[in-house]
Design a protein around this ligand. Sequence first.
Ligand SMILES: Nc1nc2c(c(=O)[nH]1)N[C@H]1C(S)=C(S)[C@@H](COP(=O)(O)O)O[C@H]1N2
Ligand SMILES: [Mo]
Length: 249
Amino acid sequence: MKTDRRRFLASIAALGLAGCEALSTQDWVLKLLGVGEWLNYRLHRLLIPDGKLAREYGEADISPWFKPNGADDIPDPDYQALVKRNFEGWKLEIGGLVEKPLQLSLAELRALPSRTQITRHDCVEGWSCIGKWQGVPLGALLKQAGLSPKANFIVFHCADLHGSDQAPYYESIDLVDAFHPQTILAYQMNGQPLPVAHGAPLRLRVERQLGYKMAKYVMKVEAVESFAELGEGKGGYWEDRGYDWYAGI
Ligand SMILES: Nc1nc2c(c(=O)[nH]1)N[C@H]1C(S)=C(S)[C@@H](COP(=O)(O)O)O[C@H]1N2
Ligand SMILES: [Mo]
C-alpha cells in the first residue's frame, strides 16, 4: 500500500515537472481543479503534442443539419438591433492582461488572415455534428494585443444570460489551447455568415475540447492570471455548475 501511494505521488510530481509551461499556470490549475481532473489535464498536455491537430473532414462529411444547443437566440433588444443591422457597429474587445487592448469590427476581423476547418463537434450530451468553420486564429489576435507574461488563461465573455439569476455564459482555456492552430474565432459556418443559432457574430472553436467550451456570442476576450474571481470561480458557466474545466478529447 505504502509503495503504491509513494509511486502515485511520484508520478504526480513527474507530471507536474515534465511540462515546460510556467509553473504559475500549473499552480493555478492545480488549485482550481480536483486532483483527478488535474491529472487528466497534465496527462493530455504531456502525451499529446501541443500543436497536434484534431481530425479534419471533407466537404462530403458536413452534417446536413447541425444541432444548435444551449442559447440559440438572445432576447436582449440591443442584440436584436445588432442582428437587424448585420452587426454594423459591433466590436470585439480584446483586453485584460495585454499591452495593447484591441477593438475589432466584424469587417476588420474578416480582413485578417483566416483558417477554415471541417471538424466534428462533440457535445457532452452525447451527440456530434460535423461543420465547416472559418475564422481568425485566436493566437494571431493575442500576439497583436501583446499578451502579458502574467496571463495564464483566456476568458470568453458571451452575450447570453441564463436562468433565474441571469448568469452570463462564459468560458476559459489555457494558453496551449489559445495558441493551438485550430483555435479560431469563427464568423462563418458552412460557407455562410455564422447564424444567430450558432453564436453570431462570433464564436470560439477550440477543436480538442467538448462542445460547451466553444463559447458562442463572444463579445469580449480577456487575458487573466486566474479565473477564480469570475462567476463562481470554476472557469465557465457549465464548470460553475459541475462540469470539468478541462474537457479535452
Ligand atoms: N454563449 C454560449 N455558448 C455556448 C452555449 C451556450 O448556451 N451559450 N452552449 C454550449 C454547448 S453545450 C454546445 S454543445 C455548443 C453548441 O453549439 P451549436 O449551437 O453551434 O451547436 O455551444 C456551446 N457554447
Ligand atoms: Mo454541449
